[in-house]
Design a binder for this molecule. Structure first.
Ligand code: SF4
Length: 233
């Protein structure tokens, strides 16, 4: 792969972004949803799919319409509500713990103070809560607060390695740092979304559809495969 930060690296990154934008368009960030509930949804999404997350979130917010009510509820009732997302007890505990600590700190359940933080400060702040790791923090900061951070899920991680934007052995945690450094702030959201779209529809984990891929001329994995040197990523 090209040396990260070199001229040829940025040329390749620009071509990858352009090809994906042409294929999937320029998705716009959603209207800023309610931050605390959005963070709860992100906790629910850990280790499950979007559908199960949505079912669990709907059950939770239907049973407890306000975050105060979620905090005051019995842990077992919260656990029961979020059960469709899996790891019910763990997630219920994380949610209540987060709500309790925020309320102790701010006197009310709010994340409005995060708006004023720069992205590094905001990341550290969110990650101090139990069960909020780099990805959950990054998703919340990008989607809810519009901060230029790059959440690295399984698709972003796999594609970045295959294309050659990060070295093959890069951890997810390190991938956050590299991608955030090299992708322009204003392109962060749409590049993130387009990588996921491409990962779901073309660059699948088990059988990437390389022959119909718009990135094949730019992709290290494809090049190696063509040369008979492909390994499983
Ligand atoms: S060429 Fe193949 S491995 Fe490379 S990005 Fe496209 S689908 Fe993925």
């Amino acid at each position: 792969m090209e040396k990260i930060g070199s001229k040829s690296f940025y040329e390749k990154l620009g071509k990858v972004e352009k090809a994906l934008f042409e294929e999937y368009g320029y998705p716009e960030p959603p209207n800023r949803p309610e931050p605390v509930k959005s963070l709860i949804r992100t906790i629910l999404s850990q280790n499950t799919n979007d559908r199960n997350r949505d079912i669990a979130a709907e059950r939770l917010f239907e049973k407890f319409p306000t975050t105060e009510e979620i905090l005051e509820a019995d842990l077992k009732d919260v656990e029961e509500a979020v059960r469709p997302a899996g790891l019910g007890k763990t997630k219920a505990g994380r949610i209540q713990n987060f709500l309790r600590l925020v309320k102790e700190e701010k006197g009310e359940i709010t994340l409005d103070h995060v708006v004023e933080m720069d992205k590094e400060e905001a990341k550290s702040y969110l990650q101090k809560f139990d069960g909020i790791g780099p990805k959950t923090a990054a998703v919340t900061l990008l989607f809810v607060f519009g901060k230029p951070v790059m959440p690295v899920d399984t698709h972003v991680h796999r594609l970045s390695k295959r294309i050659g934007l990060i070295p093959e052995k890069t951890s997810r945690k390190k991938a956050h740092d590299i991608l955030e450094e090299v992708v322009d702030d204003e392109k962060m959201y749409r590049f993130h979304i387009n990588l996921i779209k491409h990962g779901r529809s073309v660059c699948k984990a088990r059988k990437p559809l390389c022959e119909k891929c718009v990135l094949k001329g730019l992709c290290d994995y494809y090049k190696k495969r063509k040369e008979g040197l492909s390994r499983s990523f």
